[in-house]
Design a protein around this ligand. Structure first.
Ligand code: FBP
Length: 270
């Protein structure tokens, strides 16, 4: 990590990254709850909310849709990704170069590392090239640090998630995005394990407003620097309302009740 390298994708040292690479990673099934989200413009519109510090997308979506949003959205180029159709050991193809991402207008790159996969060595070498190239462009580096693979029994155990965040520090990320390890103590251990590098929580599948805001509150209390979230925002009928609540928790240190009130305020005015 380099202090300040992630300034473009953080606010007051905190991040709320709206991830929208699901069309590749999971397929259109993730858009079924709110079919309008099949259209990337719908989600870029959500990404113009003040709370969102960057929108993370793959190359094809960026080059087709980002030109219409470059004044209102900060672009995080998710460089690698694999479809759910792939049945092999966890791996992720590098789909665009850092140079091309810079040309399209990205301020940061995102890169998945499956520590523990039989392809970990190749993925780490690909990360090395991307990370060093990002430095040449003064771009921030976010690692989607997801240990998984044949040998891994529990990919969200406290020890595994602490190792995931540490991999980000060791390999030169500015931010590591990790799954929530299930408790504030375990999240705190993951944050401590990353030294001065920021750790953000991954959103996961959609839950209720209260459950989601409570988990985010726990993660923030445990020292997390925010959130990288997809489904828990864009699978809601009113994504702006949950973003109001998340903004309150992440940037204004609000309680869950205060955040729920912020969420309800917008819903009431609809
Ligand atoms: P969610 O908040 O919807 O979980 O999105 C975060 C994310 O990392 C996406 O960027 C990615 O598409 C997805 O999760 C991958 O999830 P998984 O590999 O666990 O199925």
């Amino acid at each position: 990590m380099i202090p300040g390298a992630d300034d473009a994708i953080t606010r007051d040292g905190k991040a709320l990254i709206l991830a929208y690479d699901h069309g590749l990673e999971h397929g259109p099934v993730d858009f079924e709850p709110v079919p309008e989200t099949t259209d990337p413009s719908t989600v870029f519109d959500v990404g113009t909310h003040d709370a969102v510090t960057a929108v993370a997308v793959q190359k094809g979506v960026a080059e087709a849709y980002y030109p219409s949003y470059e004044d209102d959205v900060t672009l995080l180029a998710k460089l690698n990704g694999t479809s759910n159709l792939w049945m092999g050991e966890p791996d992720s193809a590098v789909n665009w170069s850092v140079d091309y991402a810079a040309e399209v207008g990205a301020d940061a790159i995102g890169f998945t590392l499956y520590g523990g996969s039989n392809y970990e060595v190749e993925m780490a070498e690909e990360f090395r090239k991307a990370q060093e190239n990002a430095r040449e462009h003064d771009m921030g580096v976010v690692m989607w640090s997801y240990p998984r693979g044949q040998g891994l029994k529990d990919d969200t155990s406290p020890g595994t998630i602490a190792y995931a965040s540490r991999l980000g520090l060791e390999l030169g990320a500015d931010i590591a995005k990790v799954k929530y390890p299930g408790s504030p103590d375990a999240m705190n251990w993951a944050v401590q394990s990353a030294g001065d590098m920021r750790v953000v929580m991954s959103g996961g599948s959609k839950t209720s407003d209260e459950a989601f805001l409570s988990t985010v509150r726990e993660a923030m209390d445990a020292g997390a620097s925010g959130l990288a979230v997809g489904r828990n925002v864009f699978q809601r009928e009113n994504p702006e309302a949950i973003l109001d609540g998340l903004e309150a928790v992440i940037f204004d240190d609000a309680s869950v009740d205060e955040a729920l009130a912020a969420t309800a305020a917008l819903e009431a005015s609809d």
